[in-house]
Design a protein around this ligand. Sequence first.
Ligand code: ADP
Ligand code: MG
Length: 266
Amino acid sequence: MAATPTTPESVKQITYLAAALKAPRIIEAATRLADQARDAGWTHEDYLAAVLEREVSARNASGAELRIKAAGFAARKTIEDFDWDAQPATRQQVGALASGGFLTEARNVVLLGPPGTGKTHLATALGIVAARHGHRVLFATATDWVTRLTDAHRQGQLAGELARLRRYGLIIVDEVGYLPIEQDAANLFFQLVSSRYEHASLILTSNLPFSSWGGVFGDQAVAAAMIDRIVHHADVLTLKGASYRLRGRGIDSLPSIIATTGETSN
Ligand code: ADP
Ligand code: MG
């Protein structure tokens, strides 16, 4: 114990003030760091900075955790969990995206490739990166997004919903192409893409090359206009190879889909 400990009165006051600031970690940090500061001869400024730093880093960590929980990921997957031996060609691109710069520039990411090649994994991992960088994130399949937009539209709330969604730094649309999207819904989806264009990021995953999106959205013109906006500021990553799910199961390939996605370009 130091020779001149803080008076019980000021400790009580710190407890009260930290609670009023809703910064409970300050209570613990203030007394513990005060002893350390006295022993090490810190300046008052060093001490204050150290106390505030504890509160801020704890807040950032718990904020990131809340944003990850609120994102609605199907499973928690990180870049550290990803086995690059299976996708060596994309390592550098993903590494660059992991700095989070694409979010501040409102750039998009498109992950293309056959089933099981890690599209959802990497989309989720980049979503977690975004949450850790302080961005709000929402993850859902294309079908779920369509349902959500259709409901909003039916209630006359589409504009409000799109405005609300723009407050999310990142929206992930998983599995574009697994199910066809009706023409009305395709228009709503187009509005989602337009409303985020150059404002906030999108990540899309698809087992189909862009050339097949016209079939998914039931309209070549809508698909073309949408792809144009998505790709204008985007990184397109093409994953290749056999399904990671089927590794070691003695199954080398899945039928047909592999043949159609083989020629994914730009
Ligand atoms: P896709 O969305 O392309 O169909 P997923 O991302 O869902 O594929 O991957 C299928 C499963 O295999 C998931 O559990 C995922 O975590 C895992 N997986 C896929 N690729 C890799 C990889 N390169 N390293 C580690 N796990 C992987
Ligand atoms: Mg997937």
